[in-house]
Write a protein that binds this ligand. Sequence first.
Ligand code: A2P
Length: 343
Amino acid sequence: MGYRVAVVGATGAVGREILKTLAERQFPVDDIVALASARSAGQEVSFGEKRVLKVRNLEHFDFTGWDVALFSPGGSVSAKYAPRAAKAGCIVIDNTSHFRMEPDVPLVVPEVNPNDVKKAKRGIIANPNCSTIQMVVALKPLHDLFTIRRVVVATYQAVAGAGKSGMDELFTQTRGSFVGDPAEAQQFTKQIAFNCIPHIDRFMDDGATKEEWKMAVETRKILDPDISVFATCVRVPVFIGHAEAVSVEFEEPVDLERARRALRDAPGVVLHDKREDGGYVTPVEAVGEDATYVSRLRIDPTVPNGLGFWCVSDNLRKGAALNAVQIAETMIALDLLGHHGQG
Ligand code: A2P
């Protein structure tokens, strides 16, 4: 049996990746609709190699009879339309941060907490922040072994996380620097080309940014409420692919070989860790790939039971589109999809 699938925000960076991922993974689709704003209604987007979908206006769309909707149109748009879709009986998997911390909305990474999809009482499941997803995929097998107490992480986040306009800004500023045009900061607060900006999302009262706060609270919701996370999130001039330098303190003594084995066997993780020139994975190499790559695994001797590593993943794929599609696949495996929206 196939499903009736809606993709909301289908013209955006994540929406396009969702369409690509659904097609690549041969998600069982009976019917599919691409939705965006009135601005792009009538435009065409590709679904796989062969099909083209005409974009329809979200505003006038009736979700009755649709099984699942994958949303990535921005927080305020999801806030308005996701409950509307869920009320019509369509399961919503939302990529924005709007519903993530609501207690009756599960926040799911299928390799970590797949069974939480059963708790979707409101018909909405949230997809975590891109930086959180890749980190918890790598942390889960280590937590199972030695129990994590504290995580300190610095991120190196690609501009694709800021949407299509973020990618355009890096491109324009980079080109501008060669032809002598002054770099104009629009979406980002400072020049992003050839620079690093320690500021993603808005500032909170304690001096952390909301992106940093998200990494802490989302990790606790997905993995374990007892873990503390201190994050510094940095935007870097990379188009696609987030990297993270992660330092972990565990309850129990760490055995490097057991950690290595667990990461090698963990779903969604590829351990690529050779202690030689080039023996690690960088964002450019992770583009278009599904895995979270772990490299530079080593004992941190400066704290009791410490371990450090570097992880990299395609933020548009595992960080967004792929994880959302995997949530839908998890619901199919648990026989939770297709009982809604039958009109
Ligand atoms: P549109 O192209 O019509 O503006 P990105 O994060 O890459 O910028 O993409 C955002 C996505 O969300 C786009 O597909 C965009 O469509 C869509 N979107 C933005 N605002 C709305 C809205 N009010 N209603 C429906 N879709 C929206």
